[in-house]
Ligand binder design. Structure first.
Ligand SMILES: *Cc1c(COP(=O)(O)O)cnc(C)c1O
Length: 383
C-alpha cells in the first residue's frame, strides 16, 4: 500500500505535483552557497507575492504552521503586553493557548464557528479597552473554512494603534493579500497549504519596523524570529539544520504559485469547491453561507447520517476503499466534516467522490428505512 499515492482531499497536507516532489531528490549542503541562494529566492518570492518589497521581510523556519505561529507570538508579543485574540475556530483558540502557556495576559472574544469575526464587536472592545496592544486572529479559519475580513480588521487595529498578528496559513496563496493594501504587522503562513509544497517549513512575514524593535524578553532560541532574520540577513544561513529537501520543494512550489498567480489559483480552488458541493448535494450541504465560504476547504453537514465521530469514521473508512482521503475529525460544535480544495484535484477524484457518497448515503438510508420498517412491524405485532 505505501507505494501508492492516496487521493488526498484534506485541507493540508495535500497531493503534491511531480515537479515539486522531484526537488526532494537532491542532497545539498545546508551552509553551501547554492542552498543559501535557494533560501534567498524563497524569501524573495514570498515578499513579491504579498507586494511587501522594502517594508517587509520573510523569515522561513523549521516546523509546520503551528511553529510559525508560536514563533511569531513569542517574538512579537512581550510578557507585559495585552493581546486580544479574536476567535471563531480552533486555530485562533490555539493562538490563545500559546499566549497563555507563556504566561501572557491575553484576552479574547469569541463568535460562533459558522460566523465571521464581527468588526463592530472588535471595534467596541478596542474602544472600551485601551490597554490592548495586539490583535491576533486567523484569516481563513480552516475549522470550517470561514473567511474573516482581513482588510477591515487590520484597518481597525491601525486606527486604534494596535499591532496585528495574522494566521494566514490556509489563505496565503489562494486569497490575494497585498501589504500595500493591508498593512499587517506580522502574517504567518506555511509550506503545505495553498503554497502546495510539502509540510515542514513555516514563514513569518514581518514588517521591518517590527523586526527592528529591540527586545529583551526572548526566552527561546528556536522560536526567535528576529535572531533568525539577523542570521539570514548577515550570512544567508539558517541557524540550525534546515529541512533541505523540503526547502527545495517549497521554493519550487512558490515559483509555480508565482507563475500561476494567486488569483487564478483561488479560482481553480473555487471551481473544485463548487464541484464538491454538486457532488455531495443530494446527501450533504455546506455549513456556511456562500458569502463567508472560503475557496480552500469545504465544511459539510449531513444531519441525518453524520451526527457523531463514529458516523464520520464509517464514512471515512468507506471513502478509503475508493482511495479517497478526507479530514478524519468531525467538528463537533457544528457537526461538520471537511474536504480540502487545495492542489490540482483530478476531476476523476470528484466523480469518484460522488459515487462513493451515493453508495454510502443511499445504503445508509435504505438500512435505516429497513430498520424502522421492521421496528414498526414489531410494534404492530406487540399491539
Ligand atoms: C493548518 C493550519 C494551522 C496549523 O498548521 P500545522 O502545520 O498543522 O501546524 C494553523 N492555522 C491554520 C489556519 C491552518 O489552516
Amino acid at each position: 500500500m505505501s507505494g501508492q499515492h492516496r487521493f488526498l482531499l484534506t485541507p493540508g497536507p495535500l497531493a503534491l505535483s511531480d515537479e515539486v516532489k522531484a526537488q526532494m531528490q537532491y542532497d545539498m549542503g545546508s551552509r553551501d552557497a547554492s542552498f543559501k541562494t535557494i533560501t534567498a529566492q524563497m524569501r524573495d518570492l514570498i515578499i513579491d507575492l504579498v507586494e511587501g518589497n522594502g517594508a517587509y521581510s520573510a523569515i522561513p523556519m523549521q516546523g509546520g504552521g503551528s511553529y510559525g505561529i508560536e514563533a511569531a507570538l513569542t517574538s512579537f508579543v512581550a510578557p507585559s503586553d495585552r493581546p486580544l485574540v479574536c476567535i471563531n475556530g480552533i486555530y485562533a483558540e490555539r493562538m490563545l493557548k500559546m499566549l497563555q502557556l507563556r504566561g501572557v495576559h491575553a484576552v479574547s472574544i469569541t463568535v460562533p464557528c459558522d460566523q465571521p469575526l464581527s468588526i463592530s464587536q472588535i471595534d467596541g472592545y478596542l474602544e472600551k479597552n485601551s490597554k490592548i496592544t495586539h490583535l491576533c486572529f486567523v484569516h481563513c479559519e480552516t475549522t470550517t473554512g470561514v473567511i474573516n475580513p482581513l482588510e477591515q480588521i487590520v484597518e481597525l487595529a491601525k486606527q486604534h494603534g494596535v499591532r496585528t498578528i495574522v494566521d494566514a496559513i490556509s489563505s496565503f496563496g489562494a486569497v490575494e493579500i497585498s501589504a500595500k493594501k493591508v498593512e499587517f504587522d506580522v502574517l504567518v503562513t506555511s509550506s503545505n497549504k495553498c503554497i502546495e509544497g510539502p509540510p515542514g517549513v513555516s514563514f513569518a512575514i514581518a514588517s521591518l519596523e517590527m523586526l527592528n524593535i529591540n527586545v529583551e524578553h526572548m526566552n527561546s532560541f528556536v522560536l526567535d524570529v528576529r535572531d533568525l532574520w539577523n542570521s539570514f540577513e548577515k550570512s544567508g544561513e539558517w541557524r540550525s539544520t534546515p529541512p533541505i529537501h523540503v526547502v527545495q520543494a517549497c521554493a519550487k512550489a512558490l515559483e509555480r504559485l508565482t507563475i500561476a498567480g494567486v488569483f487564478r489559483r483561488g479560482e481553480r480552488y473555487r471551481s473544485v469547491r463548487d464541484a464538491f458541493i454538486r457532488a455531495s448535494a443530494p446527501y450533504a450541504s455546506p455549513l456556511l453561507n456562500a458569502q463567508i465560504r472560503s475557496v480552500v476547504c469545504l465544511a459539510l453537514t449531513a444531519p441525518d447520517a453524520i451526527r457523531a465521530q463514529k458516523d464520520l469514521d464509517a464514512l471515512y473508512a468507506h471513502l478509503v476503499d475508493y482511495n479517497l482521503y478526507i479530514y478524519t475529525k468531525l467538528h463537533s460544535p457544528t457537526h461538520s466534516f471537511r474536504i480540502g480544495c487545495m492542489r490540482r484535484i483530478d476531476p476523476m477524484w470528484i466523480r469518484l467522490l460522488a459515487i462513493a457518497f451515493q453508495d454510502f448515503f443511499d445504503v445508509n438510508r435504505n438500512v435505516r428505512r429497513h430498520l424502522s420498517a421492521s421496528k414498526n412491524r414489531f410494534v404492530e405485532k406487540a399491539l
